[in-house]
Design a protein. Structure first.
Length: 79
């Protein structure tokens, strides 16, 4: 059985992985849409479609990862 420090570190790692997965997924969607939009506009098309990810995603900060880790920790602590 892991000690409390190891458990907290595992929760932090899980939170970090979740945030990174979301970042890469959102960034890929944003990037693909922007590339498609540039190509269409270069051909003279008027694009009115909106990206599912409206602004370029920011890399997750340490503070954001801690917020996610606390969500996981709170869930684990529930009876």
């Amino acid at each position: 059985m892991a000690n409390p420090y190891e458990l907290r570190y595992e929760i932090y790692q899980q939170a970090q992985q979740r945030m990174m997965d979301k970042f890469y997924q959102d960034h890929e969607q944003w990037s693909n849409f922007e590339e498609w939009k540039r190509d269409r506009e270069a051909e003279g098309d008027n694009i009115t479609a909106v990206s599912p990810v409206p602004i370029r995603p920011a890399f997750p900060s340490h503070e954001e990862i801690l917020v996610e880790a606390n969500k996981i920790y709170d869930f684990v602590q529930q009876n």
